[in-house]
Ligand binder design. Structure first.
Ligand SMILES: Nc1nc2c(ncn2[C@@H]2O[C@H](COP(=O)(O)OP(=O)(O)O)[C@@H](O)[C@H]2O)c(=O)[nH]1
Ligand SMILES: [Mg+2]
Length: 302
């Protein structure tokens, strides 16, 4: 799956990638260098390869892309990014987006579009201006994409958890059944009184009910290593597609790892015995994850 991020220089594209997918915190993005031409990063997600194309936004690069429309070929999802802190460039951004849309209009394959109204925060920016900028941006940009399958979203790298979820849903947007399943589980999870993290086997977090579980889209390194070891054991010793692992100390602290269909994992961390209600809900959740894993295996992502 090819995802193309486009927008003027400095609007936040590289920061979005590194905060949503990488291990970076919002504060670490200030030292990012301007992207030269374009960069492709591959993120494995639910066992599939996702290529994120980050198109650097400097003027001379923008001209070059427009002369080489093949660079955008095969884009499944186009993400135009608007910098809400930079209203004087709204019209420039609009002009650039229009030129890109023309490229897609000329080919007969149209991507899904998710417009990000980005930097929707008042970090290093005057609070009084942001509402007016949002109104202005809506007026300028929203009618641009009418001929496309189009959505818009407000984003900020300072809302890392939201950003992670937004990208998860964007990546699943062509797979409505998976998305609905995951969102339902997310709701169920909020009612369970023990810490649970559901990830793919590489540690990309799908859902969780734990605060500060990791610094982004990916599980903490030590848990990721642990998961990886469990997965190796599943493969080499159990030689089956699913397995579960338990660890316990004398005080009743417990960690359980379930691996379903070598693709998805559930990490459960208990600090004491569960009440009956939560216990039943965990069992239902595990069953649902098992079904989700089947669904993922039968889904043809590419
Ligand atoms: N306030 C705020 N600043 C952001 C946000 N996203 C990115 N930035 C800052 O915007 C600047 C440019 O970001 P960068 O990712 O290099 O932009 P790019 O040229 O589009 O790749 C950096 O100083 C980031 O820290 C955001 O959501 N809010
Ligand atoms: Mg960049």
């Amino acid at each position: 799956m090819k995802v193309s991020l486009v927008g003027l220089n400095n609007c936040g594209k590289t920061s979005i990638c590194s905060v949503a997918f990488g291990q970076k915190k919002a504060e670490d993005t200030q030292s990012l260098n301007p992207t030269i031409f374009y960069e492709v990063r591959h993120y494995p997600f639910l066992g599939f390869q996702i290529g994120i194309f980050d198109f650097g936004g400097q003027e001379d690069h923008r001209k070059e892309y427009l002369e080489k429309p093949e660079l955008f070929a095969g884009t499944d999802i186009l993400i135009p990014v608007v910098d809400l802190h930079d209203p004087k460039n709204f019209e420039n951004a609009k002009k650039y987006f229009k030129e890109i849309l023309d490229i897609f209009n000329q080919s007969n394959k149209k991507p899904k579009i998710f417009l990000l109204f980005h930097k929707c925060d008042t970090k290093n920016y005057q609070k009084e201006l942001i509402d007016a900028n949002i109104r202005q941006a809506r007026n300028i940009f929203l009618d641009l994409f009418v001929e496309f399958d189009f959505n818009f979203i407000f984003t900020s790298i300072f809302e890392q958890n939201d950003l992670r979820k937004i990208f998860r849903d964007i990546l699943l947007s062509s797979h409505a059944n998976l998305k609905i399943n995951i969102q339902k589980m997310e709701k169920d999870l909020q009612e369970i009184k023990t810490s649970i993290i559901i990830t793919d086997i590489l540690g990309n977090i799908l859902i969780h009910n734990v605060q500060n579980v990791g610094s982004g889209f990916i599980l903490r390194q030590d848990l990721r290593d642990f998961l990886n070891s469990c997965n190796n054991i599943r493969e080499k010793i159990f030689t089956s597609d699913s397995a579960n692992f338990k660890g316990k100390n004398d005080d009743g602290k417990e960690i359980e790892i379930y691996i379903f269909k070598y693709i998805i994992s559930v990490i459960i961390m208990k600090s004491r015995d569960l009440d009956v209600n939560s216990h039943d809900k965990v069992a239902i959740l595990l069953n649902n994850v098992r079904l989700l894993a089947d669904l993922i295996v039968s889904t043809n992502f590419n």
